[in-house]
Design a protein around this ligand. Sequence first.
Ligand code: GLU
Length: 552
Amino acid sequence: MNYKELAQFLFENIDKSPEYYEELYPERNLKEGARVTRFAPSPTGFLHFGNLFTCMIAYKTAKATDGVFYVRVEDTDQKRKVEGAIDVMLKGLAVYGINADEGVVGDDVEKGDYGPYYQSKRVDIYQCYAKWLVEQGLAYPCFCSAEELDEIRSEQENESIKGYWGKWAKCRDLSFEQIKANIEAGKSWTLRLKSPGDLEKKCFFDDMIKGKIEMPENVQDVVLLKSDGIPTYHFAHVVDDHLMRTTHIVRGDEWISSAPIHLQLFRLLGFKVPKYAHVAPIMKEENGGKRKLSKRKDPEAAVTYYAEQGYPQESVNEYMMTLANSNFEDWRRINKDEDISKFPFNLKKMSVSGALFDLVKLTDVSKNVICTMPAQRVFELSYEWAKEYNPLLASLYEQDKEKATAILNIDRENKKPRKDIAKWSDIPDYISYMYDETYNECYDLTGNATPSLAVRVLEEYIKVVDLSDDKDAWFSRMKEICPLVDCTPNVKEYKAEPEKFAGHIGDVSTVIRVALTGRTNTPDLFSITSLLGEETVKARLEKALEHYKEEQ
Ligand code: GLU
């Protein structure tokens, strides 16, 4: 068979040769060891947490070596295309500090010398390499219809290796005349690889995450171009990653099973095989077992969830690093104030089997992040969040932004800051008693604080409460109340002889705390009292007194 003639017949419009593209997209001029990685989403508009995670790994891999990170849009499946999807996805990445050096940087906006970065705009390039493969006798048109392929599948029921290969590959040996006749008769065709794979042989690769992998060689005559001339993922990614000079392909490990096809394609096309790093999926514990984090079952699978809940990007980034590298937390303990970008991220330290997503852990990580933020930043970030997701909180903030910041500053900016807030959506409840609009009275008491003790304490406190007190004076007043209500200011003394007292200073402050906030546990009561303001304090104390009088 004259393959050259066949190639020309099949791809008469393709006039460029692979050399042309090799020259157009030369090796990158980067320093030794610099890695080129990419994120290659299909434009579905949904950013799965697992995608963000994998993308973060690719990004860190490039950044750790002063390399290049680019975004390529895999939009060959037009059926799955969603309008505006790219913007949504890129914005999702940008929130977490991932901005591409190159590639698709906005809806229909590209930058860089290795484009186009939309696969749908690269059809001529794929067809050029497809034509070259036909010329080498390594690819051929297949005219099998869907029904014929089904038939083959049903005949293969008892075969251990299924698919279009060996004797099943009916179109493999068609003559030029047969091909010509089929095409002239208007039959549609796909282009298939004529796989030179040997069933007895193995292929090997050294995965950056999974280590050495050995698999049987590919023997399938996989489809390279679909009947509309558009490439499959297998073919497109090989051509693209070669021409875009990717050094490290970081992708989900669902692709491992097709790696033998990809290795074979790289070799047949004469391309250097890049390194692969297959990232295991993020897992979730369920009924004692593990399953993949699921878009359908887990709200936290959607990256938008974190924005909606108001997890700051720092928290999500910190959490992702704990999932990515097990030594991150040790590093963080030693480098408390260091920027996360200084962490020496290492692909080799990734989990082979899949890190476990744990909301409790995220909550913990996030509390640690938020507790060290200055109040001003907590205010600004939570205000931004509130404007979008909680208009009531935004309007409370707007009454007096300084007061709001001061509220958020209670027990913050000190050595042992409180860790009440894990996400901005915790704030409305956390500060609800600071505003009459959201305050819920609750007069439940704990410890020795009974309604009758409460009546006595409140009667005394109302007489002396003075908002111009400083903290020491405020506390002294509390202590002074103790003997008047048969309590002791000294907890030790109380513990030694509890029967002698109605309670201790803690019980006195509980009464006042509950009267002012409706809670038994709050941050610093002195700061709360000052910020509530005289009018509110008095009103709440009176109201509580009324309540306990009735209750006792
Ligand atoms: N478009 C593919 C996906 O979304 C990309 C895989 C890859 O990174 O090569 O799964």
